[in-house]
Write a protein that binds this ligand. Structure first.
Ligand code: NAD
Length: 320
C-alpha cells in the first residue's frame, strides 16, 4: 500500500515510524509547508517530499493519506482527499471549532469514504478491559483530569489556532466518556486564565478548565484540565463510580475497587500501532469494520468540546 503523509511535525514522525515497519506498506510521499522540510523528512523514509498537497496527489497514486497538522490547518486537505476518493487518517482534533468538521463530515458521508481519527485511547487494552467491567453496570458519575504543561509549539498557545486545551487535549477524555458511557445532553464550563500570559508571549488559551456534563443516561461527569504545570509533570486519568464500586483508569493501569477487594491491571500495548493497523486493513479490504473512531463519530466529540468553549465564553449552559 502506498501511503502519503501531510505534516512534518512530531506526530507525522510518530506515525511514519510505525508505518515504515509494517509489512506491505510503503511511505511514498510526504507533504510539508515547504518542499525543503518535506524532502528532509522524506529522505529518512525513502519517500519523495512535496511542498504542496495538489502536487503530491497529482504525482503519486496513493492508497491512503495521514493528516497530521495543527487544528487551524484542516479543511482544504480533507476536501481535496474526499474529492479524489482517497481514504484518510486524521489526527485529532478535527478543527478549532465544529463548523468546518460538520461540513467535512457531510462530504465524507456523501462519498462513503473510509476515515479514521486519532482518538487512540479507544484502542487501548485498558479501555477494552474497562468496557468489559462497565458492561451491565449503572454508571452514576465520572470524573476526568488532564493536567500538564504548556506545549512548546507556538500555534498551541493561540486560542484561534489550537482551540485551547479542552479542544486540543482534553478531547481525548471527552471522547472516551462518549465511547464508554454514551452521549452528552448538557454542558456547563468555566475556564480560567491569568498565569501563563505572564510566562510566555502571545498566550490566548485558558490556563485551566472545569467542565460539568449531564449524560443522556442520567449520569454526570466533571472534567478538570490545566496546562500550568512545569514540564515533565502531569496526569491523565478518569474515575468511574458505579453501583459495584470504583474504577480508576489511566492509560496503562486500571484499578478496580470493590467492597473488601482491590484489583490492579497493568498494560503495555501500543494503541497508535493498533489504530493504524486497523485503518490500513479497512482500506485494504474496502470495509471500515473495526475502525473505532470514524470521522462521523469523532465529529460528535468535536461538537462537545466546542460546546464547552461556547459555554465558558458566553457563560451559560449548552444543551446539545
Ligand atoms: N493522538 C495523539 O496522542 C496526539 C499527540 C500529539 C499530537 N497530536 C495531534 O497531531 C496534530 C499535529 O501535532 P504535532 O505535534 O505533529 O504538531 P507540530 O507542530 O509538531 O507539527 C505540525 C506540522 O503541521 C504542518 N503544518 C503546519 N501548518 C501547515 C500548513 N499551513 N500547511 C501544511 N502543513 C502545515 C507542518 O509540517 C508542521 O511540522 C495536532 O492536531 C495534535 O493535536 C495527536
Amino acid at each position: 500500500m502506498k501511503i502519503g503523509l501531510v505534516g512534518t511535525g512530531g506526530f507525522s514522525r510518530l506515525h511514519a515510524g510505525l508505518l515504515e515497519k509494517m509489512k506491505d506498506v510503503e511511505i511514498s510521499a510526504i507533504c510539508g509547508r515547504s518542499t525543503r522540510k518535506a524532502e528532509e523528512m522524506a529522505a529518512g523514509f525513502g519517500a519523495k517530499g512535496y511542498g504542496a498537497l495538489k502536487s503530491m496527489l497529482e504525482a503519486e497514486s496513493l492508497d491512503a493519506v495521514y493528516i497530521c497538522v495543527p487544528p487551524m490547518v484542516h479543511g482544504v486537505i480533507e476536501e481535496e482527499l474526499i474529492q479524489r476518493g482517497i481514504p484518510f487518517f486524521v489526527e485529532k482534533p478535527l478543527g478549532v471549532d465544529d463548523e468546518l468538521p460538520n461540513h467535512i463530515c457531510e462530504l465524507v458521508e456523501e462519498r462513503s469514504l473510509i476515515t479514521s481519527v486519532g482518538y487512540h485511547f479507544r484502542y487501548l487494552e485498558s479501555v477494552e478491559k474497562m468496557k468489559d467491567l462497565l458492561r451491565g453496570s449503572k454508571i452514576g458519575m465520572v470524573t476526568a483530569n488532564w493536567s500538564g504543561s504548556m506545549p512548546e509549539v507556538k500555534w498551541w498557545r493561540d486560542n484561534n489556532q489550537s482551540g485551547g486545551q479542552f479542544v486540543e487535549q482534553t478531547t481525548h477524555l471527552v471522547d472516551l466518556l462518549r465511547f464508554l458511557c454514551g452521549e452528552i445532553d448538557e454542558i456547563h464550563a468555566f475556564f480560567g486564565e491569568g498565569h501563563l500570559k505572564n510566562v510566555y508571549e502571545n498566550v490566548t488559551v485558558p490556563d485551566v478548565g472545569s467542565v460539568n456534563m449531564k449524560l443522556k443516561n442520567g449520569a454526570v461527569a466533571n472534567f478538570s484540565n490545566t496546562c500550568i504545570l512545569p514540564a515533565g509533570t502531569g496526569d491523565v486519568r478518569m474515575v468511574f463510580y458505579t453501583e459495584k464500586g470504583i474504577l480508576e483508569w489511566s492509560p496503562k493501569q486500571l484499578k478496580c475497587i470493590e467492597a473488601g477487594r482491590d484489583t490492579i491491571y497493568r498494560f503495555h500495548d501500543n494503541p497508535y500501532l493498533k489504530e493504524s493497523e486497523i485503518f490500513l486493513d479497512a482500506v485494504r479490504h474496502g470495509k471500515d469494520n473495526g475502525i473505532l473512531s470514524p470521522y462521523q463519530d469523532a465529529v460528535k466529540t468535536q461538537q462537545i468540546t466546542h460546546a464547552a468553549t461556547v459555554s465558558a465564553r458566553d457563560r451559560f449552559s449548552v444543551k446539545l
